[in-house]
Ligand binder design. Structure first.
Ligand code: ADP
Length: 445
């Protein structure tokens, strides 16, 4: 900004100086022409009168008109008193004598506080006219102009600096608000947010991004807390049961006869705990890519058929119709054991969350190189709040945790399908049922 102003100043000022000099020269040229006309009409006498009239009009100290011979000797002049020190420039004189146009120069005269513009013009073969004009007015004007430009520049610059400072203070104030919010945040006060103005500028974007990040951290922390609560709950129940049974055998000698039953309950509960731990470790390993998947060429239709057969008895038990349709051979490059777990989990859920007399249907659709397997049920459905969370580890729709399950089935299924470059999606209408769809790419034939 300062550079720009200085540049404007540096360009404009010489331009003004040049223009002013051009105007002065034109004015002098006009007087010279007039003097020539007078000389032609009235001779030297007329010239003398014109000299004194001009000196009178402009002030003898401001203008000096002289008639010189070709050697530079002054034949007569309008003023001798003020202009004693006016130097004779023989070079200019000779130059002027050789042409019909005036020759100009700016000179400094000792004792004069302004510069002087001097012009020489040939009047006749051996006569030269000389006009010397004091540039006081021009210099005053330039000085005024220079002062006005500097003042204007100073005012504009101070305005710019002040506006910049105010803006900087505002930005700093808003950055401080973000910093203070960041400093005041802890896991227990994640609800704080940076104030957002309505300016919609970069600071607002920063504040919004920061608040958005806090929202995400907040929901992550909340999710983590819920997972911790769920895990604690899921661990507590079997451990409590094991302890109660073991304690009752110890304190109640009569229970010793039921030792076999007690042991099998303990094994059952520890198996449940082990399954929980192992499944969690397996999901983690598959997601991290450290699990070794046993890939081979398998027929997807066979995997589905076997999974359906596995749950046929359970479904019948609940009076649920479990049907499969459109099974066509479809080769996939997959880990057989893990794919079996995916379909077993999904069919298990469909049967588990469907009440007596309901229906579970598995339909296979082939589209180009992809197979889509729909597992639909007429069960309880999934609420809108639960929908985004059902694939989270340890999430269970049943808050009381009275139905069997670990809250890990869908999480495991999703991690396995993703490891096979596939997709698992869900659609559900609460109270009417759900459809889980597994999409897998086939082996190119
Ligand atoms: P869980 O062991 O609880 O079944 P999952 O990970 O398999 O754990 O499922 C997570 C949650 O998703 C379940 O607790 C349930 O609320 C919901 N869910 C899964 N499948 C179905 C389904 N077919 N119908 C209704 N809700 C389902």
């Amino acid at each position: 900004m300062i550079g720009l102003f200085t540049l404007c100043f540096m360009l404009f000022f010489p331009y003004a100086v040049h223009n002013l000099q051009h105007r002065t020269d034109k004015e002098i040229r006009g007087w010279l022409d007039e003097l020539i006309n007078v000389f032609k009409a009235e001779g030297q006498k007329g010239l003398e009168e014109e000299f004194s009239w001009q000196a009178h009009a402009l002030g003898a100290g401001n203008i000096c008109q002289s008639l010189l011979d070709s050697s530079g000797r002054v034949l007569f002049t309008s003023d001798i008193q003020h202009w004693k020190e006016l130097p004779l420039d023989l070079n200019l004189l000779n130059h002027a004598a050789g042409q019909s146009k005036p020759v100009y120069a700016t000179v400094t005269i000792p004792g004069f506080n302004s510069k002087v513009r001097v012009a020489y013009l040939r009047l006749s073969k051996d006569r030269i006219l000389r006009i010397a004009l004091l540039l006081r007015q021009d210099e005053n004007f330039l000085f005024g102009l220079q002062r006005a430009l500097i003042v204007t520049m100073a005012v504009i610059l101070s305005g710019v600096i002040l506006a910049g400072w105010i803006m900087l203070q505002q930005v700093i104030g808003r950055v401080v608000a973000v910093t203070n919010t960041a400093l005041s945040i802890s896991s227990s006060s994640l609800d704080k947010r940076v104030p957002v103005s309505r300016r919609e500028d970069e600071m607002d974007r920063l504040a919004r991004a920061f608040n958005g990040m806090l929202d995400r951290i907040g929901s992550l922390v909340k999710g983590q807390q819920e997972v911790t609560d769920n895990v604690a709950h899921d661990l507590k129940m079997p451990l409590t049961r094991i302890r109660v049974i073991a304690e009752s055998v110890l304190t109640n000698p009569g229970e010793k006869g039921n030792l076999e039953e007690v042991m099998s309950t303990i094994i059952e509960e520890t198996d449940r705990l082990l399954e929980m731990i192992n499944t969690t470790l397996e999901i983690r390993a598959i997601e991290a890519g450290s699990a070794v998947l046993d890939f081979s060429e398998i027929n997807l239709a066979d995997v589905i058929r076997q999974a359906v057969e596995l749950f046929q008895f359970v479904a019948e038990d609940k009076d649920i119709s479990l049907q499969v349709s459109n099974l066509v051979p479809f080769p996939v490059h997959a880990d057989l054991r893990r794919l079996q777990r995916v379909f077993a989990n999904l069919i298990d859920n469909a049967v588990k969350y469907t009440s007596k007399g309901g229906k579970v249907e598995i339909i296979m659709r082939i589209d180009h190189q992809e197979a889509a397997v729909d597992i639909s049920d007429t069960g309880i459905g999934i609420s809108a709040e639960a929908m985004p969370r059902i694939f989270e580890r340890f999430y269970r729709g049943d808050k009381s945790r009275s139905t069997s399950g670990l809250g890990l089935g869908l999480s495991l299924a999703e991690s396995i399908i993703k490891a096979h470059d596939g997709k698992i999606t869900v659609q559900s209408v609460p109270g009417h049922g759900s459809t889980f769809t597994v999409i897998l790419r086939g082996t190119p034939s």
